[in-house]
Design a binder for this molecule. Structure first.
Ligand code: MRU
Length: 354
């Protein structure tokens, strides 16, 4: 099966799979500069915390590589400004800020080098962030398989899949690895209103890969759980605070409460770049609010009365008490998360590449 790549760096540009068109059309658009990448992230042409981070890293490169700077200090000034610009594209996913900051720090560290050499290193760093993501997701998958068993029935929400990363996804990584190993997972996929990432993206990529997936509406999760048809809930995350409170797509909080009610393990897939241990708890995670038309309209057709008030938060925070384990590339954090997350954040990530 041909791998579906959500993005490809071409040196002078980035090819972005326009996820807004899925599942109807697989169409790539080409972005040549920082503003193009900003627009891709803002408009959700690409989305998902890790992919936003990868795209931002390339955006930082495109933002300077064809400009002329007389002195490295001018380059640093531009890089800082570009980071601020990209950071405004979306507020919740930590990976965006983590990636732009990583590029800014690289320039600061190399400020004594010639401008061309610094830009060369920025490009190498962005490619490294991209390549690391594949290993991070694969390791998350391996770590998940330590707590799952063949034949399990899983439930996932939104798209924490290959389309939200560079390969494998985070919450979907064990599904792909399990499939390679004949583990025969069955997966319930929440539709994920209002943006339908579950129906449009997760159902699409799992089905395309031949994984046993069943699409349900979000409000059916309680029913399938009550029937005993769900052995574990696996979701992604956009930002996880020091105490383990985890922000993810709106509706994840409902699932965490349901899982606790029905005694079903609830796991949150979290690459360490998604951790925000400077935040003591989830109450300070910025929650994006999106256009009311996502709720009042369906595919351009009005489905709610004109003038109705709308509240459309894109994310919610699942409290740490509802979370069984936070699965990172370095291992699984179990409660109490304060200490287990800190230990994982500080542990080295052995990429196998030396
Ligand atoms: O608004 P989106 O589509 O960017 O939200 C995506 C999610 O909430 C994902 O679950 C999260 O980013 C993790 S992706 C591995």
């Amino acid at each position: 099966m041909e791998v579906l790549l959500p993005l490809r760096f071409k040196g002078e540009s980035v090819l972005v799979l326009d996820q807004r068109l899925l599942p109807r059309e697989e169409k790539y658009v080409e972005r040549y500069d920082l503003e193009g990448i900003y627009e891709s992230i803002r408009s959700m042409e690409l989305r998902g915390a890790p992919l936003i981070g990868i795209a931002a890293a390339y955006g930082m490169v495109l933002g300077v590589q064809n400009q002329s700077f007389t002195h490295p200090i001018d380059l640093l000034e531009a890089v800082r400004k570009n980071a601020e610009r990209l950071n405004r594209a979306r507020p919740t996913a930590k990976n965006l800020f983590w990636a732009t900051d990583r590029l800014v720090r690289l320039v600061e560290r190399n400020i004594d080098l010639p401008v061309e050499e610094i830009i060369y290193r920025m490009r190498a760093e962005a490619i490294k962030i991209n390549e690391e993501d594949v290993e991070i997701c694969r390791n998350i998958g391996e770590n998940f398989l330590k707590v799952l068993r063949p034949g399990m029935r899983l439930l996932t929400h939104c798209n924490a899949g290959a389309l939200a990363t560079y390969r494998y996804g985070t919450a979907t990584a064990p599904m792909y690895l399990g499939q390679e190993r004949g583990w025969n997972f069955q997966v319930f996929v929440d539709e994920t209103r209002p943006y339908n990432q579950g129906a449009r993206l997760t159902a699409y990529e799992l089905h395309r890969a031949g994984i046993d997936a069943t699409l349900i509406c979000d409000n059916m999760a309680a029913m399938v759980m009550s029937k005993g048809w769900v052995d574990a809930v696996l979701v992604g995350s956009d930002r996880v605070a020091a105490n383990g409170d985890a922000a993810n797509k709106i509706g994840t909080l409902n699932l965490s409460i349901l899982a606790r009610h029905f005694g079903i393990p609830f796991y949150v897939a979290t690459p360490t770049p998604t951790l925000d241990l400077d935040l003591p708890d989830g109450s300070r995670i910025p929650i994006e609010e999106r256009d009311s038309e996502e709720i009042t309209h369906f595919q351009g057709i009005r489905v709610a009365p004109e003038g109705i008030k709308v509240f459309n938060p894109a994310f919610d925070v699942s409290p740490h008490e509802n979370i069984t384990g936070i699965v990172t590339e370095k291992g699984i954090a179990f409660p109490p998360f304060q200490s287990s997350l800190k230990a994982l954040a500080e542990a080295p990530f052995l990429t196998g590449k030396g």
